[in-house]
Structure formats: structure tokens, C-alpha cells
Design a protein around this ligand. Structure first.
Ligand code: AMP
Ligand code: GLY
Length: 442
């Protein structure tokens, strides 16, 4: 069987690598992929990105199943187009992907279905937004409505930051407004003409990712990521600087609560609204010290970098799981997980999360020779490319060095041991990925 993975990041490298180990898998294609997927055994890159070209490729190559990594093609309707062409694909339709592509849709949906989330209001009028912030005070959270690759959210700790964020997001036709426009890559700028302003929630975040076949729900191993650029969870928000699995904060009772209060109502709610959900569903949740959980956001895909540690722990055949997912039989699946913990450390390029510098040559273990890695480690490539015989940086998050260990602490030690052998100019790497897991009492 041939599989097609859409995307080019670390998440897609991990998906392709795990899928390629499937007993019935002959070849995994990644479109467009990166230098890592290009060198992985059983995996081949195809330089295609447009939906019609991908459909033609899938038909010509008799692709058994297509899996979509990132949100942008989902929001553009890739699942609808593949299905219309009679092709099997795992992901939500364009309408269902609004759970991620429109914060306003997601918040209104959560309200309609009593899914716990922060109190909020949506604005397109800047003056009213400023007034709301003045009334409610800081800290307060300002979110651009459309997709923004993790960059459309400002957690304003004071009123000045809040007002500035509103100006950035709503002043479309000014030079400041256009700055955010640049961040909304590939997304219609009209999308940024609304902001969601919501209550600031305190607590600890976790990523709760499940597979949905329309009706049945299969939770993956729990995980947590670190969104801020600097150690101690300080500095600007990023797409994620590292992640680990399991997340000790998600105790069995919190796990059951998230399924009961967030995931099940979301899947049932989508079905009731005539928008049956299929695909990965990722709830970003905030857990307060009393163990109450609120939904920060929904994503209609797996997390990056959460996917890397999650899939390093997956022992079952991923292709068979996804096959059940597209046939509506996820209730028949019981995935097996490595008992060990896994932790991934992101190596990011100079100037990330601003405009990253590209073209820096990368050297070190697991960069060129992916087949020679120890059993407990995998270096997943993200923004890498091959140039003149070298592997070079090609975007913001460059690599995710992921390792297994008997505890999160041991996995952390092992991941940094390998990460410290890798070099490129301007590399940014947090030194404390996983620290929140150490404080949790078992
Ligand atoms: P989102 O894309 O909505 O998940 O927001 C990105 C990040 O901003 C989250 O992972 C949180 O760290 C932070 N954040 C979002 N909403 C809130 C909130 N209501 N209270 C506190 N932090 C938030
Ligand atoms: N790591 C966060 C995300 O994938 O949205």
C-alpha cells in the first residue's frame, strides 16, 4: 500500500516515519516534505503543493490513504476535494475545520454545546474592542480570528499591551496592521478583521489529541508542549519549542473529565450541526490548581511538536489505526504505547519566531544519516532543505530531537545529549523542556 502525507514539518516527518514501518506499507510519499523525509527509509518526497496536483498524483500512484498534517490545506478544503475525487483521506472537511480556522466559530460552538471555555466577546470595531478592554482590565487575551500559525494570540499582561494588540489586529490598512497580515501566511486577510477578546485563564496547559471517525473517538497518549520561546515559559509565543508524553498533569480523572466535558460534546455537537467531524482533533486545555479544565482552543490536526514524542511512543501499526479511522471502525482499535516517556526539544533558527534566517548549514548526529540512530532517539527534521550537498535551515523550527527514557527526566537528559551534538549558526534551543512534569506528584 502507498500512503501520502501532506506537509513539510516535524509532525509530518514523524507521521511518515511511523507509517513507513507499517506491515502492509510499501511506500510513504510526503508532499512536499523536508530534507529528513527525503532521507528516511521507505519515504520519498514529492514536490507538490496544489490540491489538483495532489489529487492527480494520488490517482496516478493508487495512493491507498492520504493523511493531512497542517491546518492550512484542511481550511482550504483538501478533504472535500479528495473525497469528491473518490480518494480516501483522513482529516476534517473545510466546514469542520472551522473549529480551528475561525476562533469566533469555535467560541460560539463551545457556547452552544456548553463546552467549558474562557468568557469572551468578538469585535470588528476597534473602538468597541478598546472600550471592552478598559472595562475588563488586564491580564486579558486578544486573538485574531483566522489562522496565524500560533502568532495570532497576545496574552496582554497590562492594558497598554492589550490596546496595542487590538491596533495590530484590527487596523488592517495601516502599516502596523499589515505586520500581522504577514504572519497570516496563506490566509485571506479578511479573516483578521475580527478579534476575539477573552478572559485570562490561569493554570497549566495540556494538549489532548484524539482521532475521530465521525462517531468513535480514540484518544492518543497525553502530551504537553512549551509555547514560549525562552526558558521558564517566558518570551514570545511560538508554534512550540518542545513537548513530552505522557503529561503527568492529565491524571485519569482529568482525562475522563476532558473526554466527557470537551471532546464528546464537541464530536456530538458537530454531528448534530450537520458537520460530522473526521480527523485528528486537538483540544488545547487549561487545567487550574483545583483540576477544573477549560478549552483554550481546538485544532483540527495533530500538534507540532507534540506528535514527535507521541509517535515515538506508539508501538501499534499507525497505518492500521488510520485505516480504521477512515472506515468508521476506530472502536475496534486499542493502540499500544511504549511504557517509557518521550521528550522532544526543538532547535529553531536565528530570529524565530520573527522572520527566521535560512540557509545555515546543519551538522551533527542524525542529520544526514537517519537510519543510524539509536533505538531510543529520533531526530525529526522540520524546516530543513538540501543545498549543494549540505543540509541547511529552511524556516523557523528546524529540528525536533526526540528521545525515550524511563521517566520524563531521563528522556529529557537523553534528548539534550543528542541535541548538544547538533550545530548550526544562530540555533535557539530551550534548556528546560519538560520541567513542569517534574513537579507533578504521581
Ligand atoms: P491559542 O492559539 O488560542 O491556543 O492560544 C495560544 C496560547 O496563548 C495558548 O497556548 C496559551 O498559552 C495562551 N492563551 C490563549 N488563551 C488564553 C487564555 N484565555 N488565558 C491564558 N492564556 C491563553
Ligand atoms: N504545539 C502547538 C500546536 O501544534 O498547535
Amino acid at each position: 500500500m502507498k500512503i501520502l502525507v501532506i506537509g513539510s514539518g516535524g509532525r509530518e516527518h514523524a507521521l511518515a516515519w511511523r507509517l513507513a514501518q507499517g506491515a502492509r506499507v510499501q511506500k510513504v510519499y510526503v508532499a512536499p516534505g523536508n530534507a529528513g523525509t527525503g532521507r528516511e527509509e521507505g519515504v520519498e518526497n514529492v514536490a507538490l503543493t496544489s490540491i489538483p496536483e495532489l489529487i492527480a498524483f494520488a490517482q496516478r500512484e493508487h495512493i491507498h490513504l492520504t493523511v493531512v498534517g497542517p491546518e492550512a490545506p484542511l481550511a482550504a478544503g483538501i478533504v472535500d476535494s479528495f473525497r469528491a475525487a473518490g480518494l480516501k483521506i483522513f482529516g476534517p472537511t473545510q466546514a469542520a475545520a472551522q473549529l480551528e480556522s475561525s476562533k469566533d466559530f469555535a467560541k460560539a460552538f463551545m457556547q452552544r454545546h456548553n463546552i467549558p471555555t474562557a468568557a469572551y466577546q468578538t469585535f470588528s470595531d476597534a473602538a468597541l474592542a478598546h472600550e471592552y478592554v478598559n472595562t475588563h482590565g488586564a491580564p486579558i487575551v486578544i486573538k485574531a480570528d483566522g489562522l496565524a500559525a500560533g502568532k495570532g494570540v497576545v496574552v496582554a499582561m497590562n492594558l497598554e499591551e492589550a490596546h496595542h494588540a487590538i491596533d495590530m489586529m484590527l487596523a488592517k490598512n495601516t502599516s502596523v496592521g499589515n505586520k500581522l497580515g504577514d504572519a497570516l501566511s496563506g490566509v485571506d486577510q479578511k479573516e483578521s478583521s475580527k478579534v476575539v477578546i477573552e478572559e485570562f485563564l490561569e493554570g497549566e496547559e495540556a494538549s489532548f489529541i484524539v482521532l475521530v471517525d465521525g462517531k468513535n473517538i480514540l484518544p492518543l497518549a497525553t502530551s504537553q508542549d512549551h509555547k514560549r520561546l525562552h526558558d521558564g515559559d517566558l518570551g514570545p509565543n511560538t508554534g512550540g519549542m518542545g513537548a513530552y508524553s505522557p503529561a503527568p498533569i492529565v491524571t485519569p480523572s482529568i482525562h475522563a473529565g476532558i473526554m466527557r466535558e470537551i471532546i464528546q460534546p464537541a464530536v456530538q455537537g458537530m454531528e448534530k450541526e450537520g458537520c460530522t467531524y473526521t480527523g485528528f482533533l486537538y483540544a488545547g486545555v487549561m487545567i487550574d490548581p483545583q483540576g477544573n479544565v477549560k478549552t483554550l482552543e481546538f485544532n483540527c490536526r495533530m500538534g507540532d511538536p507534540e506528535t514527535q514524542p507521541i509517535l515515538l511512543r506508539l508501538k501499534s501499526d499507525l497505518m492500521e489505526i488510520l485505516n480504521h479511522a477512515v472506515h468508521g471502525t476506530l472502536n475496534k482499535v486499542e493502540p499500544q504505547w511504549d511504557r517509557r516517556a518521550a521528550l522532544g526539544v526543538v532547535l529553531a533558527a536565528a530570529n524565530y519566531p520573527g522572520t527566521p534566517r535560512t540557509g545555515d548549514v546543519i551538522s551533527g548526529a542524525g542529520i544526514a544519516d537517519l537510519g543510524k540512530q539509536p533505538e531510543d532517539v529520533h531526530v525529526f527534521h522540520a524546516a530543513t532543505a538540501e543545498r549543494d550537498g549540505n543540509i541547511v535551515t529552511n524556516g523557523g523550527r528546524v529540528l525536533c530531537v526526540t528521545a525515550l527514557g524511563d521517566s520524563v527526566k531521563m528522556a529529557q537528559r537523553r534528548a539534550y545529549q543528542i541535541a548538544d551534538t547538533i550545530h548550526f549558526e544562530g540555533c535557539q534551543m530551550r534548556r528546560d523542556i519538560g520541567y513542569r512534569a517534574f513537579a507533578v506528584k504521581k
